[in-house]
Ligand binder design. Structure first.
Ligand code: B3K
Ligand code: ZN
Length: 891
């Protein structure tokens, strides 16, 4: 399999201006006629053959300018159709192909999900529908005619606006859709099926009347209202915040139950994993509501950042994904609580992106090479990509940033752009040279910034010395290696431009108004490997509050004392750093205990007690004022984060014991307060459900309290949880109770699990939660429990949501069991990866990324993980997707 390199990019030799598609839906023999208006690209190579991409297509007929092609004029291989001597003027190619949607288990191209025909074309699925120049820099105007049985497919949807529909004989009908906006093939979509609809209208700031609708399985319309409302709120927000209006007469969202990822931004026809559409108080948790809102917004925002301006090639993926994640994060911050949302986003970054960036799959935000592009829809491209955009805004200030965005949209509208085009817009508006900043896109690895502060009482100065560095593993991957060991060019390792938002806090609380001319709007910019920032006229030694709001995606090494952290927790004006102070205090305890091997009955040490005392003061003072924030302050760093801090020779059991012993200690020390808080936060009976952030925050704090109470006193906690399980009126409370109960072995747990499974046996999305809770039980019996659940009638390897909840929850979120010393966790994962690979390589490859931390674990486990990865790598008939992940993981 070949490696695709950014350095080899060449424009297409031919362009396609118009595409007329005629799709006659049939469960196993769908026929597609594509009429393509082509012409030679003035920027291409004159006279070059036309090579169209194809994948699992049956070619039925082909005509050039209305005439059958002569013998020898074309060549067909399993992956291509070549026209040897295309006319060197505009010409029309009509191609008829046949595909089998029912046999399409890869869920790429045209497939059926619960009987509904739908498509997924990003990154390279359109070639599974017809032969095409399937690359993002070929933009065409599409007209799509879809025909099907009226009984099977009463709803027929395409991109753009509906232009006609009609009957064919007694049983068939058709619909014609036209999308006036030129788009790459990856944004093509169609849907045909029996679907329920909820709809409303939105009038854009330009006065356009838009019909917005959400389509779901018939009978589930009652669960689509929240998503529909989120569409309207997204449209209004993008107008308000970025001046971007919607540009078609209809906007449709369709929910399907078999989907490889979260959702897809097809022009005017977003197709969603139903998990991110369907919501009711009884079936969806508060985090489901938050995710639905965020993903609806994300896909909608792509209409500008992705669709109107698309990517020149797949190396530029972050151009649309990082930017759009940034936009959806801002939307959620505005709609909910900004500090709480920022903390949640940083937790995700640290839990997913930092490990990726520190392991064998590390890659730059803009990779320089790939074997399988579908493996690059990563936390690095998305989440770190969003952090880069955020840093840009911090560096330029909100007004210049907004002008830069306007310029980007204005100058690149209708084109396939690059990261350089994006940065050029900001360079132009700010008058700044962003060449050094651009290094963030090129260099893999999480930088570390070491900081030390020195107070000089005589000079009344306070100096902060900064030093940035990149870890070794990152410098290797920085070369964009897909085929390691690739040369590491030392000149790539350049200092990054790092915005440090900071402030000084007085020991007794309150801000210190110190001056430094190098700090603008609270931001110091670190641009060299080392630098020292001096504040003048500082009366007493302050406590520095660094990287406020997590102003750069770095690890900070800063030797603050416990008392200094306690000062920040109590007094920092930056909410993120107050939370960070609590996390750092907890992290110190966890790392200390884990390194000591964390014997099971570790006597509570003084650091733990200090944390308890600080949290007690915090809870007394303000838990009720901002419960969502308090819930985050109470939540300990995840096991994976502790592992990242330890870096090498990690013993996941020791980490678990360290975390468990601290949970027990906090639960014991804070017990009475936590119970009182639970009572104070209880909703009066009859309170109507609301998914808003404030109500969700109260539920979050009650449930964080339940978690700690149960850790300290399993019997009493279980009783509380069982009562909550019975009385709960929301899925949030019910699931939190089930999760608490699930950590205490015994009959109560088994009974509760059985009842829950029975109650929701007809609700696959709720069963997913039930699968996940069980997959995350940190006990030896879990792999067997999972094997049992794989035989559950609701489980299917064919459905990505089921695989993610039962298997990926285990491999990614149950570190003690995944990394079992006997290798049984690795074996289970590998077994599923191999069984799944023949059906759905994308989901199999994603699951295999759970091994990305294998080099960090201690020797015995490491050897077993390596052996398991080798079993995958050596298995016959592997997909390119899985073989790529296995290969890079072992390299
Ligand atoms: N752009 C899609 C992801 C496509 C993944 C292809 N393997 C969803 C999104 O990020 O909005
Ligand atoms: Zn996206």
């Amino acid at each position: 399999q070949t490696i695709v390199r950014l350095a080899d990019y060449r424009p297409s030799d031919y362009l396609i201006d118009r595409v007329d598609l005629d799709v006659r839906l049939h469960p196993t023999e769908t026929r597609v006629t594509a009429t393509l208006a082509l012409r030679p690209n003035p920027d291409g190579e004159p006279g070059a053959p036309l090579v169209l991409d194809g994948d699992e297509l049956t070619l039925l007929a082909i005509a050039l300018d209305g005439q059958p092609t002569g013998p020898g004029a074309i060549a067909v291989t399993p992956r291509s159709l070549t026209l040897h001597q295309p006319p060197q003027r505009p010409f029309v190619l009509a191609i008829e192909t046949q595909v089998n949607p029912s046999a399409n288990t890869k869920l790429m191209g045209l497939y059926r999900s619960n009987g509904v025909y739908c498509t997924q074309c990003e990154a390279d699925g359109f070639r599974r529908i017809t032969y095409f120049l399937d690359r993002p820099d070929v933009l065409a105007v599409y007209t799509t005619r879809i025909e099907g049985e009226r009984a099977d497919t009463p709803v027929l949807l395409g991109n753009g606006n509906p232009v006609a529909q009609g009957e064919i004989g007694l049983t068939r009908h058709y619909a014609i859709w036209h999308d006036p906006h030129p788009k790459p093939a990856y944004l093509f979509a169609l849907v045909g099926g029996r679907l329920g609809r909820v709809g409303s209208r939105f009038t854009t700031m330009e006065g356009r009347e838009v019909e917005i609708a959400v389509y779901v399985e018939p009978g589930k319309e009652g669960r689509a209202g929240f998503a529909l409302d989120a569409v309207a709120r997204s449209m209004a927000w993008d107008e308000r915040t970025f001046g971007r209006a919607y540009d078609l007469d209809v906007f449709n969202v369709v929910a399907v139950s078999d989907f490889n990822m979260g959702a897809m931004e097809n022009k005017g026809l977003n197709i969603f994993n139903d998990k991110y559409v369907l919501a009711s108080p009884d079936t969806a948790t508060d985090s489901d509501y938050a995710n639905i809102e965020a993903i609806i917004a994300h896909e909608y925002f792509h209409n500008w950042s992705g669709n109107r301006v698309t990517c020149r090639d797949w190396f530029q993926l972050c151009l649309k994904e990082g930017l759009t994640v940034f936009r959806d994060q801002e939307f959620s911050s505005d709609e909910r609580s900004r500090p709480v949302h920022r903390i949640a986003d940083v937790r995700t970054l640290r839990a997913r992106q930092f490990p990726e960036d520190a392991g064998p799959l590390a890659h730059p935000v803009r990779p320089r090479a790939y074997r399988e592009i579908n493996n690059f829809y990563t936390a690095t491209v998305y989440e770190k990509g969003a952090e880069i955009v955020r840093m840009l805004r911090t560096l330029l200030g909100p007004d210049t940033f907004r002008r830069g965005m306007d310029r980007y949209f204005a100058t690149c509208d209708g084109t396939a752009a690059t990261v350089e085009d994006f940065l050029a817009a900001f360079a132009h508006e700010s008058g700044r040279d962003l060449t050094a900043f651009a290094q963030w896109y090129e260099q893999a690895g999480t930088p570390t910034v070491a900081v030390s502060g020195t107070y000089d009482p005589a000079a009344r100065t306070y100096a902060l010395a900064f030093r940035q560095s990149l870890p070794v593993v990152a410098t290797e991957a920085a070369a964009g290696a897909v085929d390691r060991p690739q040369l590491i060019q030392p000149q790539l390792i350049q200092p990054l431009v790092i915005p440090v938002a900071l402030g000084l806090v007085a020991r007794e609380g309150g801000p210190v108004e110190a001056v430094s001319e190098r700090v603008h709007d609270g931001v110091f910019v670190l641009e060299t490997a080392e630098d020292t920032l001096v504040f003048e006229d500082v009366a007493a030694p302050p406590v520095p509050s660094l990287f406020r709001g997590f102003s750069a995606p770095v690890k900070v090494e800063h030797a603050l004392t416990r008392d200094e952290r306690l000062t920040l927790l109590a007094h920092d004006g930056d909410a993120f750093n107050r939370w960070q102070a609590a996390q750092s205090l907890a992290m110190d305890v966890l790392v200390g205990r884990a390194k000591a091997g964390a014997p099971r009955d570790a006597e509570a040490g003084p650091e733990g007690a200090a944390l308890s005392a600080a949290l007690a003061t915090f809870l007394d003072g303000e838990a009720l004022a901002d419960p969502a924030f308090a819930a985050l302050v109470l939540t300990l760093p995840e096991e994976q984060e502790v592992a990242q801090t330890l870096q090498a020779e990690v013993d996941p059991d020791a980490i678990w014991r360290a975390r468990q012993s601290l949970r027990v200690q906090l639960g014991r020390d804070l017990g009475p307060r936590l119970r009182a808080l639970r009572a104070a936060l209880a909703e009066p009976a009859g309170t109507p459900f609301s998914p808003d952030a404030a109500s969700a925050g109260r539920r979050a704090l009650r449930n964080a309290a339940l978690d700690l109470v149960t850790a300290a006193d399993p019997d009493a906690g279980t009783a509380l949880a069982l009562a909550q399980l019975d009385a709960a009126t929301t899925m949030t409370d019910r699931l939190a109770a089930l999760a608490s109960v699930s950590l205490v072995p015994g009959e109560a747990r088994e009974g509760a699990l059985a009842r829950f499974g029975e109650t929701y046996r007809h609700e696959p999305l709720v069963l997913d939660k039930w699968f996940a809770v069980q997959a995350m039980i940190p006990e030896d019996g879990t792999p067997d429990r999972i094997r049992g659940l794989m035989r559950h009638p609701a489980f299917s390897l064919g459905n990505p949501n089921r695989v993610r909840s039962l298997i990926a929850s285990f491999s990614l979120n149950n570190p003690t069991q995944f990394h079992r010393p006997d290798g049984a966790g690795y074996d289970l994962t590998v077994e599923v990866v191999l069984a799944l690979d023949g059906k759905n390589p994308q989901v199999a490859a994603r699951l295999l990324t759970s091994f990305n931390t294998w080099r960090m674990v201690e020797g015995g486990r490491r050897r077993r993980a390596e052996a398991a990865l080798r079993r995958v790598a050596e298995a016959p008939g592997l997909s390119p997707d899985v073989s790529d992940i296995a290969g890079r993981s072992l390299a």
